[in-house]
Design a protein around this ligand. Structure first.
Ligand code: ADP
Ligand code: MG
Length: 415
C-alpha cells in the first residue's frame, strides 16, 4: 500500500499509517498516552487505555512484538513508585485479553530482558518514561541520548500518544526520527476530529471552557475569536473574567496578570460579534471541599457573580448559569468543550458540569469533549460516552492544535 496523503497540520504531507509498515516479527515501539488518574494505586478512569487498545490489538494481530511506553503524572526524572505504570499493565492486559508483561525500568536491564523475551504477537509495557530525566530534558543532546537508548529497544515506531503530542519530549519528538515511523489509529482519529473544528466547522460553533489551568487555556481564546460564535466561560477560569468585569472574586482562583488580556478579548469579542457568556452566579464555600472523603459541605451557598463575598471560594457555576449555558448550547451545530465547570470531584460542585454534559447530549451538534479531567468527568458522572461525538484523550494537545500551533509529536510523524 502506498503511503497515504493527508493534510496533517493543514499542509499536504506524507504520513504513513500502520498498514504502510512491515510489522510482522518486528519490535514495534508504541508511544501511547496511558496517563490515567490513579487513587491509591487504583485506576479511577481507564478511558485512555481503552482508547489506544485497538492500535495495540491491531499490531498483535499482525504478529508484531509490541513495546508500549507512556508517561504517568509528573515524576521528577527519577523513579517514584506512586507514578508506576504497573497497575496500567494489568488493566491493559484485561482490555486486550492477552497477558502484558511489565518492565520495571524504561531502558535498563528489565526493559532489555522483557523486550528480548517477546514472541510475535506479544505485548510488554515499559515503566514510566518520565522516570528518566532525558525524556523531558530541554537540552537536545540529553533528550537525544535517551531517544537513542529507546531506539535500541525497537525496529519500528508508532506514534499514538495523542495527549502528549504537544510535548517536545524524547519519546514523542526525537525517537520517531531514529526509526521508521507511522501514525497510530488514535492520533489519526483525533486529528481528523480537530480538523472538523478548524477547517469545515458547522455553525453555530459554541466553545465551552473551564478547568483549572487558566493561563494554559487563555491562549486558545485568541485563536477562537476568529472562529467560534459563542464562548462560554466556567470552571476556575470564570473568576478571571468576573474580575475583568470589575467585580471581586473572594478567595476564588484568580489569574490577576491575565485580567488585561481577558478585557482585551471581551472588547474584541464585542467588535467581532463573538458572544462571551460569563457566569451570572456561582456556588461557593469557605474552603476547598473534601474530594477524597466526600464529606458534606456545611457552608455551601449560591451567590450572584457580582456579589462574591470576601473569603468565599468559587467552586462551580451556579444553577442560573448552568441553565443559561444549556440554552446557549441547545441550538449549536458544533460544540467543543474543555475543562470541567466546577470541582466535579465533589458531588456538591458537580452540578454545573453535569448540566453542560447533558446540554451537549441534548443538542443536535457534533460534540467534542477534550481534556483528561473533562473526559473523566463525563464518565464518572455516569454519562454514556457514545452519546458524545468524540471524547478526546488530549486536553492540552487539542487546545494547542486549535490555537494553530505546530505540535512536535505530529510534525515528527510527517515525512
Ligand atoms: P482538563 O484536564 O479537562 O483539561 P483541567 O486540568 O484544566 O481540565 O482542570 C480540571 C480541574 O479543574 C478539575 O480537577 C476541577 O476540580 C478543577 N476546577 C474546576 N473548577 C474549579 C474552580 N472553580 N476552582 C478550582 N478548581 C476547579
Ligand atoms: Mg487536567
Amino acid at each position: 500500500m502506498p503511503p497515504t496523503r493527508t493534510t496533517f497540520l493543514g499542509r499536504p504531507k506524507t504520513v504513513k499509517t500502520i498498514e504502510d509498515l512491515q510489522v510482522a516479527g518486528k519490535r514495534v515501539f508504541v508511544r501511547a498516552d496511558l496517563n490515567v488518574p490513579l487513587s491509591g494505586g487504583i485506576i479511577t478512569d481507564d478511558g485512555r487505555i481503552r482508547a489506544v487498545a485497538p492500535t495495540i490489538a491491531k499490531l498483535v494481530q499482525a504478529g508484531a512484538r509490541v513495546v508500549v511506553a507512556s508517561h504517568l503524572g509528573r515524576p521528577k526524572g527519577e523513579p517514584d513508585p506512586q507514578y508506576s505504570l504497573a497497575p496500567v499493565a494489568v488493566r491493559l492486559g484485561e482490555i486486550l485479553g492477552v497477558p502484558v508483561s511489565f518492565a520495571t525500568d524504561t531502558v535498563g536491564e528489565s526493559a532489555k530482558a522483557t523486550v528480548a523475551a517477546l514472541a510475535d504477537g506479544e505485548v510488554t509495557l515499559l515503566e514510566n518514561l518520565r522516570f528518566n530525566a532525558g525524556e523531558t530534558a530541554k537540552d537536545d543532546a540529553e533528550r537525544g541520548a535517551f531517544a537513542d537508548e529507546l531506539a535500541g529497544l525497537a525496529d519500528v515506531y508508532v506514534g499514538d500518544g495523542f495527549g502528549a503530542v504537544h510535548r517536545k519530549h524524547a519519546s514523542v519528538y526525537d525517537l520517531p526520527a531514529r526509526l521508521p515511523h507511522a501514525v497510530g489509529d488514535l492520533i489519526a482519529t483525533e486529528v481528523g476530529v480537530l480538523k472538523r473544528l478548524t477547517d469545515e466547522v458547522a455553525r453555530p460553533y459554541v466553545v465551552v471552557l473551564g478547568g483549572s489551568k487558566v493561563s494554559d487555556k487563555v491562549g486558545v481564546i485568541e485563536n477562537l475569536l476568529g472562529k467560534a460564535d459563542r464562548i462560554l466561560i466556567g470552571g476556575g477560569m470564570m473568576y478571571t473574567f468576573i474580575a475583568a468585569q470589575g467585580h471581586g472574586v473572594g478567595a476564588s482562583l484568580l489569574q490577576e496578570d491575565q485580567i488585561p488580556v481577558v478585557q482585551d478579548y471581551l472588547k474584541r469579542g464585542a467588535e467581532q460579534g463573538v458572544e462571551f457568556v460569563i457566569p451570572v452566579d456561582t456556588a461557593v464555600s469557605g474552603s476547598f471541599p473534601d474530594v477524597k472523603g466526600g464529606a458534606p459541605v456545611e457552608d455551601f451557598a449560591v451567590v450572584d457573580a457580582d456579589a462574591i463575598p470576601d473569603g468565599a471560594l468559587g467552586l462551580d457555576i451556579g444553577p442560573r448559569t448552568a441553565q443559561l449555558f444549556a440554552e446557549k448550547i441547545a441550538d449549536a451545530k458544533t460544540v467543543f468543550w474543555n475543562g470541567p465547570m466546577g470541582v466535579f470531584e465533589h458531588p456538591a460542585f458537580a452540578e454545573g458540569t453535569r448540566v453542560v454534559a447533558q446540554g451537549l447530549i441534548d443538542s443536535d451538534a457534533f460534540t467534542v469533549v477534550g481534556g483528561g479531567d473533562s473526559a473523566a468527568a463525563v464518565r464518572t458522572l455516569g454519562f454514556d460516552e457514545t452519546k458524545f461525538g468524540h471524547i478526546s484523550t488530549g486536553g492540552g494537545a487539542s487546545l494547542e492544535y486549535l490555537e494553530g500551533k505546530t505540535l512536535p509529536g505530529l510534525a515528527a510523524l510527517e515525512g
